[in-house]
Design a protein around this ligand. Structure first.
Ligand code: ADP
Ligand code: MG
Length: 213
């Protein structure tokens, strides 16, 4: 087995992510009802269902950049909330970084995710500790880089990234939100997990699962 992730594995990741956000939709909405407008679960389920329908209807593209582009464009166009354009940007930038290939080695996957994260920052201006999806995603991408630099294989590196995302999600609990709707609450946002950090932890958990399968 070669240590790469191909378009089929990426499609498996996207399908798993869809299934997981649909399954955890009520929880994500509950988190958003505490510090937002109670639509994060609905937004993510709608967006990922639209992605699955689009890929079913048109067939999944054979190249990594085209596949990720369809995912990103569909999320941007089908989700009204802040999370749609942000997750859309993640996938669009990932695709642009990956290029017209059919598989990614660990370094290329990490570089694509880093480009996606940079795109989210360029769009939303979140910094560490602002209580956003960044607080789960940045540690996950850092952990992926570190694991790969240390010689880990793709499966172990993705596992480390998923663990770091979960830790980052949990670390949003005591933070005061400084970006997005939750920032309107100021100190009252303390004591709640950030919904976007929760959906990001799911994103990396499903990536690890897809790679391990
Ligand atoms: P909305 O806030 O428009 O209702 P969602 O509820 O779907 O959209 O998504 C909210 C999540 O989006 C937040 O929990 C946070 O993680 C993320 N978010 C909001 N604004 C930003 C931002 N500027 N940068 C990064 N993430 C953000
Ligand atoms: Mg919301």
């Amino acid at each position: 087995m070669t240590d790469t992730i191909d378009t089929k594995n990426l499609l498996d990741w996207i399908t798993r992510y869809r299934d997981a956000v649909v399954e955890k939709r009520e929880w994500l909405t509950e988190l958003d009802s505490a510090i937002g407008d109670a639509d994060h679960g609905a937004n993510m389920a709608r967006g990922m269902n639209a992605v699955a329908e689009k890929l079913d209807a048109t067939g999944a593209p054979a190249s990594v950049d085209e596949l990720l582009k369809v995912v990103g464009m569909t999320l941007v166009s089908s989700v009204g909330g802040a999370s749609g354009p942000l997750y859309g940007t993640l996938f669009l930038r990932m695709g642009m970084a990956a290029g017209p290939v059919t598989e990614l080695d660990p370094t290329a996957l990490a570089a694509a995710l880093r480009a996606g994260l940079d795109g989210i920052v360029a769009r939303g201006k979140a910094e560490a500790g602002d209580k956003t999806m960044f607080d789960a995603m940045a540690p996950a991408v850092d952990a992926l880089d570190a694991a790969i630099a240390g010689g880990a294989g793709l499966a172990d590196a993705a596992r480390a990234a998923a663990d770091a995302a979960a830790t980052g999600r949990d670390a949003t609990l005591p933070l005061v939100a400084r970006k997005g709707r939750a920032s309107y609450l100021g100190e009252r946002s303390v004591g709640h997990l950030d919904p976007g950090a929760a959906s990001t932890a799911i994103l990396f958990e499903t990536l690890a699962a897809a790679i391990a399968s």
